[in-house]
Design a binder for this molecule. Structure first.
Ligand SMILES: Cc1cc2nc3c(=O)[nH]c(=O)nc-3n(C[C@H](O)[C@H](O)[C@H](O)COP(=O)(O)O)c2cc1C
Length: 166
């Protein structure tokens, strides 16, 4: 299967999750293209799409939402998996549902949404972002769970390989 993996990312952590998902799909025999959402013009050539975003203030970033808007006609016709990356710390916070993806899920052919922990490096943040994370007492660190990411991507690869598709 020819799969697009795309994730909106401000500071690179979620883009690296997309790269890891793409690698796993390739290892399992699929053809995967990992492309930033702002660079995707159409998705007509793909059999399936994995789309994600970093979470900022409870929402997906614009490039991921805009990609869904401009390719929605095709996204309702092919399998789509969605993921978000955000919660920080151990245990990860916020622990309530940190992202509003109801609109995203209803816009595409997907009921599944996976939430992964994120990464915070204060050195890379702008002034306002630093103030927000300080106010929230968000800890610095890389909390991404590569085993969970790999397991999720492996499950997608298996579903795509099933006779008759997902
Ligand atoms: C200003 C700011 C606001 C954030 N808001 C949220 C939030 O509402 N929910 C959440 O789970 N994570 C939140 N995060 C954490 C980010 O989603 C996390 O750091 C993510 O891994 C960043 O991904 P990126 O490097 O791809 O941009 C926030 C981080 C910053 C800096």
């Amino acid at each position: 299967m020819n799969v697009l993996v795309t994730a909106a990312s401000k500071h690179g952590a979620t883009a690296e999750i997309a790269e890891a998902v793409g690698r796993v799909l390739t290892e399992h025999g699929h053809v995967s293209s990992v492309v930033a959402p702002e660079e995707v013009i159409h998705v007509d050539d793909f059999d399936a799409v994995v789309i994600g975003s970093a979470v900022y203030a409870g929402h997906w970033l614009k490039p991921a939402k805009e990609l869904i808007e401009r390719t929605q006609e095709r996204l309702v016709a092919i399998p789509v998996w969605t993921f978000s990356s955000g919660p920080i710390g151990d245990p990860a916070k916020p622990d309530e549902d940190p992202v509003d993806v109801a609109d995203v899920l209803s816009a595409v052919n997907s009921t599944e949404h996976m939430l992964f922990a994120g990464k915070l490096d204060k050195e890379t943040l702008g002034f306002a972002e630093r103030a927000i994370t300080k106010a929230l007492k968000a800890p610095d660190g890389d909390f991404r769970d590569w085993d969970a990411i790999s397991a999720w991507a492996t499950a997608i690869a298996s579903e795509l390989a099933e006779p008759g598709g997902p």
